[in-house]
Write a protein that binds this ligand. Structure first.
Ligand SMILES: C[S@@+](CC[C@H](N)C(=O)[O-])C[C@H]1O[C@@H](n2cnc3c(N)ncnc32)[C@H](O)[C@@H]1O
Length: 193
């Protein structure tokens, strides 16, 4: 069944680049660093709401074994295209909602689960949050972690004092509405199903 995020998968990276620029690059680096401090080398990572692979791809390049889950098959198709272009093999993708992980993923397989960059905000009821939490708990090995930083990119009027000023300035500068044309990704998802 089509998912709302299917419609912008092709321009997702470009929209993020224009909207957040260096802030997102810095967030990516910091997240990868944080993952490196809690996941065992070569560990099995479950990236839930993986999108087009902002984290899954560089983590796979660092030797982690990635399973990328997303409710949008189009987001995952772009991710696979990018993985193929980067020569990344062995990265598994699963098209599923986070609320259906209990019936989708094997038990106790993963060392770390990621829900990063507003993925939690798509779980819109207590029931959905509970179902996701139970599914993730089932998929994780004992004593393993869920990594879901509450940090979201700074938007006008919502900046928190501890967030760095330069990223806020950049966001303001690029906040004017712009049209991002389809086909920006340069990938043909039909080839990467
Ligand atoms: C803002 S993007 C974040 C992508 C990626 N985690 C990142 O850091 O760039 C949110 C992603 O969550 C996915 N998503 C939304 N609701 C979901 C759900 N219920 N289960 C799994 N993925 C979901 C969307 O399809 C989208 O790819």
């Amino acid at each position: 069944m089509p998912n709302a995020h299917d419609s912008w998968a092709d321009v997702y990276d470009e929209v993020n680049r224009r909207s957040f620029g260096g802030f997102l690059d810095a967030l990516t680096s910091r997240t990868i660093h944080a993952v490196g401090s809690i996941a065992p080398a070569g560990g099995r990572i479950l990236d839930i709401g993986a999108g087009t692979g902002r984290l899954a791809l560089p983590l796979a390049q660092r030797g982690y074994r990635l399973t990328a889950v997303d409710a949008s098959s189009e987001m995952l198709a772009i991710l696979r295209c990018k993985a193929a272009r980067l020569g990344i093999g062995g990265l598994r993708t699963v098209t599923a909602s986070a609320v259906h992980l209990l019936t989708t993923l094997p038990r106790g397989e993963f060392d770390l689960a990621l829900l990063v960059f507003s993925v939690v905000s798509y779980l819109v009821s207590e029931q959905e949050l509970r179902r996701a939490a139970v599914g993730i708990g089932n998929a994780l090995a004992d004593d393993r972690y869920i990594f879901s930083p509450a940090l979201t990119p700074p938007c006008r009027g919502t900046r928190r004092p501890e967030e760095p000023t330069p990223s806020r300035r950049r966001h303001r500068r690029t906040a004017a509405p712009e049209r991002v044309r389809p086909g920006r990704s340069g990938y043909d998802p039909r080839r990467c199903r």
